[in-house]
Structure formats: C-alpha cells, structure tokens
Write a protein that binds this ligand. Sequence first.
Ligand code: GLP
Length: 270
Amino acid sequence: MRVIVEKDKEGVSRRAAQFVANLVRRRPTCVLGLATGSTPLGMYAELIRMHREEGLDFSRVVTFNLDEYVGLSGSHPQSYRHFMQQSLFDHINIDPRDTHVPDGRALDFENYCEQYERLIAEEGGIDLQVLGIGSDGHIAFNEPGSSLGSRTRLKTLTEETVRDNARFFGSEKEVPRLAITMGVGTILESRQCLLLAAGDSKARAIRDTIEGPITAQVTASALQLHRDVIAVLDEEAARLLERRAYYREVEQAQAALQAGQLGKFGMPTS
Ligand code: GLP
C-alpha cells in the first residue's frame, strides 16, 4: 500500500482531488467509485473548483456510490443520494443518468443488489474507488465481521457507526439501522483504491488497516490484499503508524525518480 501523509485535512483533499482529476483527464470515460461522509467533502469541493476554473470535464464519467441508508428516499436530506447531489453532482457537468447511488427504498433488495453489481460490471468495473473509513475500521458500510469476499447487500449498522453518524441526523434514534452497501469483495475488484482519512478519531482504524493483520474485524485491512491502494492521510490520522519514516522515504524516492534524478540511486546520469 502506498501511504501519503499530508500536513492537514486540506492537504488530503487537494492530493486526493489530484488523483481523481488526473484519471479523468487521462481517461475521460472512466468509472469512479465514490464515497460519502465528511472526509471526501473537501476533495469534492476541489473537483468542483477544477471543473469551473480548469474545465475538468465529467461529461463522460460514470460513478457508482458505495452505499445508502435503507428506508431513505433520494430526496431525504440525510440520504447519500442527496449528499452526492449537493456535494458534487449538481455542480459539475456529469450526466445524471451516469450517477449511480444504491436505492435505499428498493423493494426487492436481493435482486436490486445483484443488479447493482451487474451494472458495475456492464460499465467495465470501477477504475478508481474513493474510500473513507469508519472509526471501527469499516469501509463503505462493511461493519466488523463482514465477509472479506462480500458483495453488495444489506448490512446492519453497529452501535458505534450509528453513534458516529448521529451528528448528521437530529439524534441517534433517527439514524437508520440498515444500509445497502457494496461488499468488501466488490471494492477489492476496483482497479485502484484511494483511501482517505483525517483526524485523530481515525488514527486507530488507520493503524489497524495499514499495519495490523488482515481481519474481518477491521474490514479496511482487506485492502492489504489489493495491488493498487493509495492511502492519503493527514498527520493526525497517521499518528499511530510505526513505519511513517519509511513511507516518507518511499515518497521522496518516488518523487526523485519522477524528476529523473537517477544519480540519487547510484545510476549513471548521462
Ligand atoms: C460512513 C460511510 C463510510 C464513511 C464513514 C466515515 O460509515 N458509510 O463510507 O467512510 O461514514 O465517515 P466520515 O468521513 O464522516 O468520518
């Protein structure tokens, strides 16, 4: 896993937006996997700025969101569909028909989940999946204990997640107890994953994800099995990582290589 540590949350947002924007420029028809929560908000704001000021073109981009609360319609202010419209889709030139967020009010969930998986496959799979992380180490709504091979399905939220997300609702009582979520297996099939985390409340989950054992108790740790994951963290979220100095060295080496400074690695330079 590539680990990039930025000074603060703003740095995480800028860096993450660069990765997404580079892909959109390189591959205008790319398929993006998107996440909700407070962490990617700054990244979405930066992408909107790039669209307005630099002409970043989303007209042929297709998106799939990770999850949605069961019982909420897309117009509910706390639904993830509504969140995506407000935070990104309404401000860029994406075709609304190409934005997919699971339907929290689908009647036949089993069929609907299979259909969501099929749709992802029909679009050629996800090129870049953006991920936040829950304080218990979950990705999407794959709570501890989720099968690491799981697919899109219904999931019961843990007390910790309900508590964490109550800040978006009036109270804990109003937080839905069920969600429809891509599975860990679905996420692992994306070509590249971009894991974002900021703040001290994520430090333990990030340590367990990056340096702990692979376990269904911390579903984000399954990302260690993926061949192309970039974690972009702020200093606080990276606080408990033991190998921080090494990750910094890797980034410096990478930058030197990109700048063609081969002499640094004992290679002839002319
Ligand atoms: C929810 C979402 C996750 C998200 C997590 C963290 O559980 N389903 O996709 O990563 O919240 O949210 P935040 O970024 O607000 O901390």
